[in-house]
Design a protein around this ligand. Structure first.
Ligand SMILES: Cc1cc2nc3c(=O)[nH]c(=O)nc-3n(C[C@H](O)[C@H](O)[C@H](O)COP(=O)(O)O)c2cc1C
Length: 366
């Protein structure tokens, strides 16, 4: 199988990346209760630094943003200093690393917030089974709608997080606008029933993301800032009838804002809302003219074909990177991929098991 397109370096604005294979952001919940990156995380990311670029697991921008046990944050200097050790280890292996910025929004629980409700654009609960909280599995709760005058301080949290990301030496940040977390719920009509300037029309629903982007862009050049979207996704009870109009508009606007890259979960492997035809990378290429990254369910042949066709510049692999720390080497040499990892260790705090204990192909055949 040819993989020459995947293995070709890419000029990514002012930085060169060594291949088109990106490690997708994956929450792995190994940061401990203090949410501070540690040596185990340094090892995990460093093992995977054959990737042209790594996008970190989603990292919360404030205490209010939390909603996942033992996921890392970037809202204290201690967190930023600890991230620097991850960044340095990845750079030492010649890869690039981008921090994914996260606010869980309604996909959280009062158990993370001293008994106070989680916040969201509107008071609409996730229709789902349960959420893991610091007090164990709990039913989802109805979030509190953010007051209009509270929104600037949430945006300020993103700006502060990016100041810290910059000081930690990251190569850029990715604004997590996917998967039903705070920004996605502002974008989508299903979860945004606001009547102020942040809701009621496609333009208004985009305003929160736009203001986050603009705030972050006061800290770092726009080319350092990417955005991730999931137009087809159903995760966290998402999917809106006007998804196509909304996400086409968002892509057009992001194009005008000249962001660093657009990361689209175009594949359906993480669930599809089935409200119409899925949006494709081509749909996004038509309106967005900067670097485009595809993701979700790609195998090596599919990723190579997408880049060869020009549908995407980069492809992010998620699950394959869990059990194949040497994914790029395997692709380069045509070696088989390891069995998918057991889900029980995906994003549960179980230490090195199912995290840093996967062999490289070379080691497994010794
Ligand atoms: C364990 C795990 C954790 C994930 N955490 C995140 C995350 O923190 N941020 C995010 O945007 N997507 C997250 N995702 C979605 C992945 O980035 C990716 O979109 C998904 O795995 C599909 O790509 P794949 O088929 O290559 O695995 C996660 C997926 C998995 C399997």
């Amino acid at each position: 199988m040819t993989t020459e397109h995947l293995l070709t370096p890419f000029d990514f604005h002012d930085m060169k990346i060594k291949n088109r294979i990106v490690m997708a952001p994956m929450t792995r919940a190994r940061a401990g209760q203090q949410r501070v990156p540690n040596e185990l995380m340094v090892k995990y990311y460093s093992q995977r630094a054959d990737a042209g670029m790594i996008i970190t697991e989603a990292t919360t921008v404030s205490q209010q943003a939390n909603g996942w046990n033992e996921s890392p944050g970037i809202y204290t200097d201690e967190m930023a200093d600890a991230w620097k050790t991850v960044v340095d280890a990845v750079h030492a292996k010649g890869s690039r690393i981008i921090l994914q910025l996260w606010h869980c929004g309604r996909a959280s629980h009062s158990g993370f917030h001293g008994g106070k409700p989680a916040v969201a654009p509107s008071a609409i609960k996730i229709n789902g089974e349960y959420i893991h909280t610091p007090q164990g599995k709990q039913p989802y709760q109805t979030p509190r709608a953010l007051q209009t005058d509270e929104i600037p301080s949430v945006i300020e949290d993103y700006r502060q997080a990016v100041m810290r990301a910059k000081s930690a030496g990251f190569d850029g940040v990715e604004i997590h606008g996917a998967n039903g977390y705070l920004i996605d719920t502002f974008l989508q009509s299903k979860t945004n029933l606001r009547t102020d300037q942040y809701g009621g029309s496609i333009e208004n629903r985009f305003r929160f993301l736009k203001e986050v982007f603009e705030a972050v862009a006061t800290v770092w050049p726009k080319q350092k800032i990417g955005v991730r979207l999931s137009p087809n996704g159903v995760f966290n009870d998402m999917g809106s009838p006007d998804y196509r109009e909304q996400f086409t508009y968002v892509a057009q606007q992001l194009n005008a804002l000249q962001l660093g890259y657009l990361h689209v979960m175009d594949g359906l492997a993480f669930g599809f809302h089935e409200l119409g035809e899925p949006m494709t990378l081509k749909d996004f290429r038509n309106v967005y003219h900067g670097p485009l990254m595809g993701n979700c369910g790609y195998d090596v042949a599919g990723a190579e074909a997408a880049i060869a066709r020009g549908d995407a510049d980069l492809i992010a692999f998620g699950r394959p990177f869990i059990s194949n720390p040497d994914l790029v080497d395997r692709i380069r040499n045509g070696w088989p991929l390891a069995e998918p990892a057991d889900m029980s260790a995906w994003y549960t705090p179980v230490g090195e098991t199912g995290y840093t204990d996967f062999s490289t192909y070379a080691d497994s055949t010794k």
